[in-house]
Ligand binder design. Structure first.
Ligand SMILES: [Fe+2]
Length: 209
């Protein structure tokens, strides 16, 4: 049975803290809004993915690792980045909670790659990634900067192709900001993030496959 968005919202609320829930609702709205610009026929599906994307974010690292074992997800313990675990566990947790009818492969991958991005990422995945970065409750200076960059430029883009190029440049800018922060904090940079940045720089003809 297909669960309504309201049902999903009520269930997600049980798994996250209040602050995370506000962010979740922000991503739900932003994903829908970006969806109407880029993939109107999937706007509702993007909304659902926004609701689900952080479903395991408040789980402790120990619980994340336990889920990884249960789901058969390989974890590099030596180079563990706890912040990235929730994307890996979240997609599978959401699928097991809501079923494959709700969490199909597109939603699954939207959750899986929402933190790092990846090479050849789909338009659907890019919308979720960006929605997570720029939704309204985000007040980190880079989020504000990226939100402004995207909306200032999208306003002046007339054709669909121009809008896609605004998205492509916004993605590059987001990876630049993320990578700079990771370097400043002396942290590891995930390979998928580097590959995603290089992909958007090299490939101007994005989202065609
Ligand atoms: Fe998020």
């Amino acid at each position: 049975m297909h669960k309504t968005i309201e049902n999903i919202r009520d269930i997600v609320r049980n798994y996250v803290c209040e602050k995370r829930f506000s962010h979740t609702l922000g991503v739900e709205k932003e994903a829908y809004r970006l969806g109407t610009i880029f993939i109107p026929e999937k706007a509702e599906k993007l909304q659902i993915t926004g609701l689900l994307h952080d479903i395991t974010k408040n789980f402790k690292t120990e619980k994340q690792l336990e889920l990884c074992r249960e789901y058969g997800i390989a974890v590099d313990l030596e180079n563990l980045v706890p912040k990235l675990l929730h994307s890996k566990t979240g997609c599978e947790f959401a699928r097991r909670t809501f079923g494959e009818n709700v969490v199909d492969d597109e939603i699954y991958n939207g959750i899986l790659y929402h933190t790092t991005g990846r090479e050849n990422m789909s338009l659907f995945e890019a919308v979720i990634y960006l929605a997570d970065y720029i939704e309204k409750t985000r007040d980190f200076k880079d989020c504000i900067r990226l939100r402004k960059y995207f909306y200032d430029n999208i306003e002046n883009a007339n054709s669909y192709e121009d809008k896609i190029q605004v998205l492509r440049k916004t993605m590059i800018y987001s990876f630049d900001l993320t990578i700079k922060n990771l370097i400043d904090g002396g942290k590891r940079i995930d390979k998928d993030t580097i590959n995603a940045r290089n992909y958007f720089i090299s490939c101007k003809d994005v989202f065609k496959n």
